[in-house]
Structures are given as structure tokens and as C-alpha cells.
Design a protein around this ligand. Structure first.
Ligand code: IPM
Ligand code: MG
Length: 360
């Protein structure tokens, strides 16, 4: 059979800034064990600003739009904080251009890591298996904003705006996911104060009528933040807006022991975008200390959601579980001896290679 890039799955890889290149290298080790993928690297984030003045250069955007999937490590850093267009603006531009309105962030606690979760044993022993479904291309991240002066003093504002259509499509995504899980959704809003949340709640209620087998509950965001640490086992699918989802997913990640553990998939458009939920951690960049698991699991989500490779995706999870049982990066070491990012990647890739051979 003729083999060429047209017969390959084309992945655009955006390594980005800070620890981005280090963790991306570990995902590449894992991906290289599978046939049929072509990787294309593009500049994105702060490193793209340095080269072109733009965090999302047009060439990168066009490559991403034409790819079968986009795998992204992390962007940002203090070096670019004062830039007129920050790396984060590039990230929002990319999510928006890819129409990736649904951000799936699974927070799962691994048996071997229960000991290092900051929550008490009796709380984590009930288990943590939450799927945060975060709206990603609307709300206050994309609303009208501005600055001005009034009575000689500066002011600034950002606005939260959601349309019925935006709420409905993310709600449907969450309900469809809930059907494949334990059929429970908690929709998080601030409907006791915000008009946009009141619309959110009514649209979610309307969508729920099409899913009679899914149990829907609503919760105010302040209560949800508290309940997440009081008893995370009560949550399954957690549906929420862009900003609330940003905050609650960082909180949920800590239940698992480290923010370095959480992957994400951003879906909705033709091309899926996959990235760990953490940032570029400039303080530990270049020191071989980063946890590559969120990144490697993001690759796992890519295989599942963009390519229906459920078996390989599960084997990546299994490879990660196996790695954790014998080696840890410093963030999840619980004070014991730790390994570097590169070695952790080798162990995961080694496990994956063996599992691919054994599990046919
Ligand atoms: C995330 C990050 C981003 C966000 C930043 C880097 C713009 O915190 O993916 O959670 O706020 O969405
Ligand atoms: Mg965040």
C-alpha cells in the first residue's frame, strides 16, 4: 500500500514554553511506539512571540486547522507578561479557532497516590473519579472587556456573556458523557447572583428533559468549591462555565495529588486539541523535574477521542499506573526518592511498549 503523509494521522505538536518541551518529549517517546502518525512541530506561545512577535503565528494556526489533532504542552512565563499579546492570548485564539468549546478534564485518584493527596485518608478512600466538562470558547474569557479612567482613576472590566446555543451544546456534550458514566451531572453556576448563570441553569434544565435517565443537580460555585474538598466522591460529571471550570479543575487536580497529573481534551470542532491542565512552570523549567503524566495522558485522550483508539488509550493509562507504582517525579514522591521527567517518560514508554506487545 502506498504510504505517505496523506495516509498518516497528522499531529501538530506545540511544545510551547517553560517545561513544555521537556514534557512534550515524553509524549513523543510514547507516540513513537505507534505506527501511522506524522508529527509536525510549530511555534506557539512565548517562543513564537520571540521569533515572530505573535503568540499564534498564522503558519501555526493554519497547520493546526489542517491537522488531524493538536497536541500542546504549555505556554506562558514571566518573560512575556508585559507583551501586548501574551502567550495566553494565543492559547485562547487557538481554542476559539479550533471551535473547541468542550474541555474535558478527568480527575482520577490512583490507588498508589492516595497517600500523597492533601485530603485525609477517610475522604480520598471513597474515591475520586470526576469528569469536569468546562465550556471553553465563551464566557468571561471572550466577553467584552476594557479599561478607562473615571474621576481621574483607572477602571477595568470584563463581562460574562453566554448565549442559549453556547450553553445548550456544552450541556449536551456533558449529558452524552454522563450516559457513558454513572449518569449523574452536577451543573455549577452562580445563579443566585448572575444573570448569565440563570440562563445557564434554565438551558441545562431544558436539555436534561432529553436525558431522563441522567440525574441532574445544580450547585452554586462557592458551595461546589467547598464540597470538592469535603466529599469529592459525590461528584461524577461536573458541568460548568469557562472561568468556573478553570478554577474548579485546578482544585480537583489537587485531590489526585498533583496538578501535574491531569490531562485534557478540547472537543467540538473538526480538530481536537489535547493539553495537560497545568501551566509552563517556569520556576522548574529546564531542570528535568516536571511531571510528564498530564501530558502523556493528554496523548491518551487524543488517541481515544480523535482516533477511536480506545485500546491504546487504555494501555497508556495502564502504563502510567505501572510507572507510578515504582517511580515518581518530585511532585508526587511524598518525600521519597524521585526520578526526573526524562526517566519517568522512559519508564512510561517502556511499560507501554511491553503492554502493546502483551495485550493483543
Ligand atoms: C488552563 C489554563 C489557561 C486557562 C490559561 C493558561 C490561559 O489555566 O488551561 O486551565 O485559563 O484556560
Ligand atoms: Mg487553569
Amino acid at each position: 500500500m502506498h504510504k505517505g503523509r496523506q495516509n498518516m494521522k497528522n499531529i501538530v505538536l506545540l511544545k510551547g514554553d517553560g517545561i513544555g518541551p521537556e514534557i512534550a518529549a515524553q509524549a513523543v517517546k510514547v507516540l513513537s511506539l505507534l505506527k501511522g502518525f506524522a508529527l509536525q512541530e510549530e511555534d506557539f506561545g512565548g517562543c513564537a512571540i520571540d521569533k515572530t512577535g505573535e503568540p499564534l503565528p498564522n503558519g501555526t494556526l493554519q497547520a493546526a486547522l489542517g491537522a488531524d489533532a493538536v497536541l500542546l504542552a504549555a505556554v506562558g512565563g514571566p518573560k512575556w507578561d508585559a507583551c501586548p499579546k501574551r502567550p495566553e492570548a494565543g492559547l485562547l485564539g487557538l481554542r476559539s479557532a479550533l471551535k473547541a468549546y468542550a474541555n474535558l478534564r478527568p480527575a482520577v485518584i490512583y490507588e498508589d497516590l492516595k497517600r500523597i493527596s492533601p485530603l485525609k485518608d477517610e475522604i480520598v478512600s471513597r474515591g475520586v473519579d470526576i469528569m469536569v466538562v468546562r465550556e471553553l470558547t465563551g464566557g468571561i474569557y471572550f466577553g467584552k472587556r476594557g479599561r478607562g479612567t473615571e474621576d481621574g482613576a483607572e477602571y477595568a472590566y470584563d463581562t460574562e456573556k453566554y448565549s442559549e446555543k453556547e450553553i445548550e451544546r456544552i450541556a449536551r456534550m456533558a449529558f452524552d458523557i454522563a450516559l457513558k458514566r454513572s449518569k449523574r451531572i452536577c451543573s455549577v453556576d452562580k445563579a443566585n447572583v448572575l444573570e448569565s448563570s440563570r440562563l445557564w441553569r434554565s438551558v441545562v434544565n431544558k436539555v436534561s428533559q432529553d436525558y431522563p435517565e441522567v440525574k441532574l443537580e445544580h450547585m452554586y460555585v462557592d458551595n461546589a468549591a467547598m464540597q470538592l474538598v469535603r466529599d469529592p466522591s459525590q461528584f461524577d460529571v461536573l458541568l460548568t462555565s469557562n472561568m468556573f471550570g478553570d478554577i474548579l479543575s485546578d482544585e480537583a487536580s489537587m485531590l489526585t495529588g498533583s496538578i501535574g497529573m491531569l490531562p485534557s481534551a478540547s472537543l467540538g470542532g473538526k480538530t481536537g486539541l489535547y493539553e495537560p491542565i497545568h501551566g509552563s512552570a517556569p520556576d522548574i523549567a529546564g531542570r528535568d523535574m516536571a511531571n510528564p503524566i498530564g501530558m502523556v495522558l493528554s496523548l491518551g485522550m487524543m488517541l481515544k477521542y480523535s482516533f477511536n483508539m480506545d485500546r491504546e488509550s487504555l494501555l497508556i493509562e495502564k502504563a502510567v499506573r505501572g510507572a507510578i507504582a515504582c517511580a515518581r517525579t518530585i511532585d508526587i514522591s511524598g518525600g521519597c526518592k524521585s526520578v526526573g521527567c526524562d526517566e519517568m517518560g522512559d519508564i512510561i514508554a517502556g511499560n507501554f511498549e511491553r503492554l502493546l506487545r502483551e495485550d493483543v
